[in-house]
Design a protein around this ligand. Structure first.
Ligand SMILES: [Zn+2]
Ligand SMILES: [Zn+2]
Length: 254
């Protein structure tokens, strides 16, 4: 399995960081988690053709995480040369279909999904779920950010696992959900001295990683104020494993 950080930032425009998006390669599938504005270009710059994305998972519906939901659909219709053998599956919590319908009303025929290209699927957001997408298994867990916020756990056929927190505050459920993961990609939006409800500080991310006993911790989703602080240092007070404060285009194999 492989993780590529396509965007380590937030909604705040930044020269250093693109908005939230992560690519996971697992079981021969290319899985995109969230798509901030600019993600399609980040994919190109990472050498991953956007037509090779098999599955898109949305952690929640804040605009910095779904910025290229509509542009992606548009590109599957009108970008010359777009071709896929199987439709792309786009998944998110309950509300995904309503979000699409609202946007489709605004953009009309230009955003009508062609069923041979895209399938939208909603995931219950009030309880943990698991789905088989051979050869991988995807599990979800509600997290503490908005009522439609999900963390994802991707397990491959060799038993390796990656957990993506999405945006969240500290929850015991996330500690349990991330248990034993080989790699934990965790949001860390706030600097240590500026905790905001609905997001994590480095020490909170470290406490979750330590409680879950994950193999490696990647911190992401940094507001610009975080760039003046050493997030990994604060995190290590609680978690003694390998911690990386990520930058765009960093790539990790497990
Ligand atoms: Zn959010
Ligand atoms: Zn966010």
């Amino acid at each position: 399995m492989q993780v590529i950080i396509l965007g380590s930032g937030t909604c705040t425009p930044s020269k250093r960081r693109a908005g939230p998006a992560t690519l996971v390669k697992a079981g021969g599938l290319n899985i995109l988690i969230d798509s901030a504005s600019g993600t399609l270009r980040q994919l190109e710059n990472a050498g991953i053709p956007y037509s090779s994305i098999d599955l898109i998972l949305y952690t929640h519906f804040h605009i910095d995480h779904i910025g290229e939901f509509a542009p992606y659909i548009f590109a599957t219709k009108y970008a010359p040369g777009f071709y896929r053998k199987a439709p792309v599956r786009i998944m998110g919590a309950e509300g995904l279909a309503g979000l699409y319908e609202g946007m489709q009303k605004v953009f009309g025929q230009w955003l009508e999904i062609e069923p041979d290209k895209i399938i939208l699927e909603e995931i219950p957001s009030h309880m943990p779920c698991a789905m088989q997408i051979p050869p991988i298994i995807i599990k979800t867990c509600p997290v503490l950010h908005t009522p439609q916020s999900l963390a994802y756990r991707i397990e491959d056929e060799k038993g390796k696992s990656i957990v993506i927190s999405g945006d969240t505050d500290f929850t015991d459920e996330l500690c349990e959900f991330a248990k034993g993961a080989d790699l934990f990609v965790c949001e860390c939006a706030c600097p240590e001295n500026d905790k905001r409800p609905g997001h994590l500080t480095p020490s909170e991310a470290g406490r979750i990683a330590a409680s879950a006993g994950v193999g490696r911790l990647l911190l992401t989703h940094f507001y610009p104020a975080c760039d003046d602080h050493d997030a990994a240092l604060s995190c290590r007070k609680f978690y003694d494993g390998d911690v990386t404060a990520t930058e765009d285009f960093m790539c990790f194999d497990i």
